[in-house]
Design a protein around this ligand. Structure first.
Ligand SMILES: CC(C)(COP(=O)(O)OP(=O)(O)OC[C@H]1O[C@@H](n2cnc3c(N)ncnc32)[C@H](O)[C@@H]1OP(=O)(O)O)[C@@H](O)C(=O)NCCC(=O)NCCS
Length: 236
């Protein structure tokens, strides 16, 4: 992590300050600010990695496309960026698009009991079967089945975000092929898109997508690497 200004809100540009102030809940404001801090750090580190001058926080603005996806102002060419915030934490990943890199997605989720009835909204029957083979534990207790359910959720959210899809796209358009145990503290998976997401991945030039996760305490961070992808139009 690069160092943050003592007053973290000082890293926001005027339009970002306005947006920040408009969130009514303090917790939401704090998490949103952490997300912007993580994103701007990732962008500054990317510039250093590419041998470019490190921009000041205030030279970078992170806007939202109509889809809600984050878009970067202040760097040319615009890099791909994904960010996630919640539970007092944030993570972000930035990198060049196209042949030099591709699109990216990150997601942060808390491991907690996951009601069985919610699984069908984001898991296909064969994916639910992996979970059904795991210990369901007692109600309201975190069991291996919950861990795997949250890992799948985070991986799918990350893969979803990589495509920056318009509203209306769902997680059932993302299919997972885990490389190992979904209850392990870290791991990898192949991602396949279906339906509208598959068409979008082709349109954006995305190659074979790989995902991964890592757990720290009760938080899972997942990422998806969509190589070769280019950014969609801002107005989507
Ligand atoms: C948009 C979505 C991915 C956000 O995820 P989340 O876990 O609620 O929140 P996170 O903190 O991880 O991520 C929020 C960030 O995602 C990014 N984001 C929002 N929409 C996005 C999109 N269409 N594409 C890429 N990134 C997006 C934004 O940067 C946002 O932060 P910001 O508003 O501060 O800029 C999620 O709400 C969603 O719509 N998921 C898929 C749809 C679905 O099927 N949901 C329900 C199934 S039961």
């Amino acid at each position: 992590m690069t160092s943050l200004p003592a007053d973290a809100s000082a890293l926001l540009t005027p339009s970002e300050r306005e947006r920040h102030a408009a969130y009514p809940a303090q917790k939401r404001r704090d998490d949103w600010l952490l997300g912007r801090a993580a994103a701007k750090q990732a962008l500054r580190e990317l510039c250093l990695l590419l041998g470019r001058p490190e921009p000041d926080y205030l030279e970078l603005t992170i806007e939202s496309a109509a889809s809600g996806a984050p878009r970067v102002r202040g760097l040319d060419p615009e890099p791909a960026l994904s960010l996630t915030h919640g539970h007092g934490r944030a993570a972000a990943w930035a990198r060049p698009t196209g042949r030099e890199g591709g699109l990216v997605g990150v997601d942060l989720e808390r491991i907690k009991p996951r009601p069985e009835g919610t699984l069908r909204f984001y898991l296909h029957p064969h994916e639910r079967a992996w979970l059904e083979a795991l210990d369901p534990g007692q109600p309201k207790e975190v069991a291996p089945r919950d861990v795997a359910a949250i890992v799948c959720w985070a991986l799918k959210e990350a893969a979803f975000k990589a495509l920056q899809p318009p509203r209306g796209t769902g997680l059932l358009d993302v299919e997972l092929e885990p490389a190992g145990d979904l209850t392990a503290p870290s791991g990898a998976a192949r991602v396949r898109y279906r339906g509208a997401a598959a068409a979008r991945a082709t349109l954006l030039g995305v190659g074979e997508v790989r995902g991964g996760w890592s757990t720290e305490g009760d938080l899972v961070t997942a990422w998806a690497d969509a190589p070769g992808g280019v950014l969609p139009p801002l107005e989507e």
